[in-house]
Design a protein around this ligand. Structure first.
Ligand SMILES: *Cc1c(COP(=O)(O)O)cnc(C)c1O
Length: 446
């Protein structure tokens, strides 16, 4: 039997009866948010105390369960850093942006982000069980006044209903699992009524911040809306507790495939060995590591940012070294609305017309002999090619490979060509600007 996971309760909560401690409503209503309350559980540093007393700070709220996971004698505890503000988080950094992923620009209706061809991100609340200091959506999250109302839900549902290419709807926020159970069920059932919506997904940190919220009642409700997938958000092995394990077990038994999204953060998990322990603990509780994210360029994340090389080093230390299903995709959400771009170490060393040279995780270099008599797939006789799903304006490089398009033009490219034709008449006179040695007739004179 593997070592069982820990269960912790800060000494200040020793006398709380179990029925209360394990009640999610009690946990939510006893969240900590002031220097006095938090200082009663852990000894605050000057920087933390100063931040907690600053106006304009991104919202602080911590469940008693989650704050209990902090080792109080370590000022750099990985859980502490995720939820307790430090004054440095108010500092701006180069390239910092409120909305670094340009989500607002990709929102056809409030709270609905349609960035990719076949799926949408539906923001259903601005509220969470606790608040991460590096929140990618801190421009709206935490503010109860900014949350979405019934009328906006109708607009979101309406957009999805009249956009048939949407086959996957990802509920996020804020945290969908802090919505009132009635509203959450109503949203899920309304989405299920739309015939082209095949898959529903929930992105949530509730199992991590508030595992007692995952009740039998909740999983009974969720499993009525299959296929339903869920991604949780765990950053450090210390977050994998007996309580999280139990919540994930309930969700898995309800048939919900579980994934995990981790944010790569300096001083928290920027270490191959921490990441390896994290993914091992996750697969033990049947959660598949999905993405390892580079920190976004948003306010608050400055002190957590790492160079991209750190992410590559971590994947280098996982791929081949451990179970393939325990290796997440390292992903950078490209600023300006570029969307997720996955990055990995280079495994293709070189190639010729019939051979590829590959290196494995150990540095063993090998060759793969390619077929010289490959008969290409014939799209004309393939039903799937003939009936492929259109991706208007977003097919990208696949459209080049398909043979329909020859190029992708950067914005303004045609204007530039236009200018060249306008200047066509000047070309002879300006022949001295021609690069030297371009053809046999060129000379160095003139
Ligand atoms: C991350 C994200 C998705 C989902 O992306 P997957 O790679 O399919 O998990 C969808 N829409 C937006 C706007 C996103 O940021």
């Amino acid at each position: 039997m593997p070592v069982p996971f820990e269960s912790r309760r800060a000494p200040a909560y020793r006398d709380v009866p179990d029925e209360q401690w394990n009640n999610w409503r009690w946990q939510l209503s006893h969240r900590l948010n002031s220097a006095e309350e938090i200082g009663a559980i852990i000894e605050l540093t000057d920087s933390e105390r100063q931040a907690l007393n600053t106006k304009g700070l991104f919202r602080v709220d911590i469940t008693p369960y989650f704050i209990s996971l902090i080792r109080p004698d370590d000022p750099n505890d990985p859980i502490r850093q995720q939820i307790i503000p430090r004054i440095e988080e108010m500092e701006a950094f180069t390239a910092m942006m409120e909305d670094s992923l340009a989500e607002d620009r990709h929102s056809p209706v409030p709270g609905l982000v349609h960035r990719y061809p076949d799926r949408v991100l539906m923001l259903v609340t601005t509220q969470c069980a606790s608040y991460c200091r590096y929140c990618t959506r801190s421009r709206i999250v935490g503010d109860p006044a900014a949350t979405f109302n019934r009328q906006e839900f109708e607009l979101q549902l309406d957009y999805i209903r009249r956009t048939p290419q949407v086959r996957d709807v990802l509920l996020s926020g804020g945290d969908p699992l802090v919505l009132s159970p009635k509203i959450l069920e109503e949203l899920l059932s309304r989405l299920r009524e739309i015939p082209h919506v095949e898959v529903l997904r929930i992105g949530t940190r509730v199992p991590v911040f508030l595992p007692m919220r995952v009740t039998d009642e909740l999983t009974d409700m969720l499993q009525k809306y299959h296929p339903l997938w869920m991604n949780i958000h765990v950053n450090h092995p210390n977050e994998v507790t007996a309580e999280l394990a139990q919540a994930c077990d309930k969700l898995s038994r309800a048939g919900i495939p579980l994934g995990n999204q981790t944010v790569l953060m300096a001083g928290i998990n920027d270490c191959v060995h921490i990441q390896r322990e994290l993914v091992h603990r996750l697969v033990r509780i049947r959660v598949r590591p999905y993405y390892l994210y580079q920190a976004d360029l948003v306010p608050g994340s400055g002190r957590f940012r790492t160079p991209m090389a750190k992410g590559i080093e971590i994947i280098e230390g996982l791929r081949g070294h451990t179970s393939g299903f325990a290796v997440p995709q390292y992903s950078i959400d490209a600023p300006g609305g570029g969307g997720k771009v996955t990055i990995q170490p280079n495994y293709v060393v070189s190639m010729s017309d019939h051979k590829i040279i590959l290196r494995n995780f150990e540095g063993f270099i090998s060759t793969y002999e390619e077929p010289t008599d490959y008969k290409p797939h014939d799209p004309k006789t393939c039903w799937y090619c003939q009936n492929k799903r259109p991706e208007p304006g977003q097919a990208g490089l696949t459209a080049l490979l398909d043979g329909n398009d020859m190029f992708i033009k950067p914005e303004g490219f045609d204007d530039l060509r236009e200018r060249s034709t306008l200047h066509h008449r000047l070309r002879d006179r300006e022949s001295k600007w021609k690069p030297l040695g371009i053809g046999p007739g060129d000379s160095q004179e003139d």
